[in-house]
Design a protein around this ligand. Structure first.
Ligand SMILES: Nc1ncnc2c1ncn2[C@@H]1O[C@H](COP(=O)(O)OP(=O)(O)OP(=O)(O)O)[C@@H](O)[C@H]1O
Ligand SMILES: [Mg+2]
Length: 261
């Protein structure tokens, strides 16, 4: 349902006479309805650029992105984005932040308060409805940002290292939390991370990108049963996936002679 075909993104040089920078190079990717796909790769390999292209914030120089057979040319309400920083509006309460997208679409008076209350509960934010972002922990702020994205019932959820700024324990709580939400609402998710374990834990498939210019080095299907518990990371199967991904991510001179597919 999302089809990325031979997409490249080149940024003009920031210095006069410099060479243009190829951020994403000839990427092909198809994502099915309801699928959870994670993207891993080293810093600067074009993960955010790829997400920005899918969001419609940027346009490819070559190739095309289609959603349900329509070209993606601008942002749209069927694609919600969650950024690494929660990006909440500091003067608005939790409830108002969650309702923000709906308010824009439907006007303040028409926003269904029951729907907001139910989202507050789903997100485990009961009792914090009237708090402002500075009164919340990082994990809670990110839950508000996810709630704000989900409330508009997007078909596609684009997440750019949403848990990158959280401590390990909060992060793993948020992963479980996201999986339970995904189990209920089943949006298509594209989730960028540079944490290999996180990528495996969450995904149906892991897209592994090469250092710049960002190409797809490999796509792994993760056939670990769901629901996934935290101790899965200790299992042999999990570590086999991890080894395969790390193998692809390592620079060529460090790889074992036998390349694992
Ligand atoms: N708007 C822009 N203008 C010019 N160059 C850009 C722009 N956005 C990104 N780049 C460059 O494109 C390359 C890829 O950047 P991108 O942000 O997509 O990487 P990333 O994989 O998300 O990295 P990180 O893991 O550090 O977030 C980088 O070299 C970056 O400097
Ligand atoms: Mg990035």
């Amino acid at each position: 349902m999302i089809a990325v075909s031979e997409v490249s993104k080149v940024y003009p040089s920031q210095v006069r006479g410099g060479r243009p920078l190829v951020a994403v190079d000839t990427v092909d990717l198809t994502v099915q309805d309801g699928e959870f796909v994670t993207v891993v790769g080293p810093s600067g390999c074009g993960k955010t650029t790829l997400l920005n292209l899918l969001a419609g914030f940027e346009q490819p120089n070559r190739g095309e992105i289609r959603l349900d057979d329509r070209p993606v040319v601008r942002p749209g309400p069927e694609r919600a984005v969650v950024f690494q920083q929660p990006s909440l509006l500091p003067w608005m309460t939790v409830k108002e932040n969650i309702a923000f997208g709906l308010t824009l679409r439907e006007g303040t008076r028409r926003v269904d308060q029951i729907r907001i209350a139910s989202m507050v509960e789903t997100m485990g934010l009961t009792g914090f409805e009237n708090h402002r972002p500075y009164q919340l922990s990082g994990g809670m702020q990110q839950r508000v940002a996810i709630a704000r994205a989900l409330i508009i019932e997007p078909r596609v959820l684009l997440m750019d290292e949403p848990f990158g700024a959280l401590d390990a324990q909060t992060r793993s709580e948020m992963q479980r939390f996201l999986l339970s939400i995904w189990g209920k609402l089943h949006p298509t998710v594209l989730f960028v991370t540079h944490d290999v374990e996180e990528a495996i834990m969450l995904a149906d498939r892991v897209v592994v990108m090469t250092p710049r210019p960002g190409r797809i080095a490999d796509i792994l299907t993760v056939s670990l049963a769901r629901p996934r518990q935290w101790d899965l990371t200790l299992s042999r199967e999990f570590n086999e996936y991890k080894r395969k991904i790390l193998q692809v991510l390592r620079p060529p001179e460090e790889r074992d002679p036998v390349r694992l597919a």
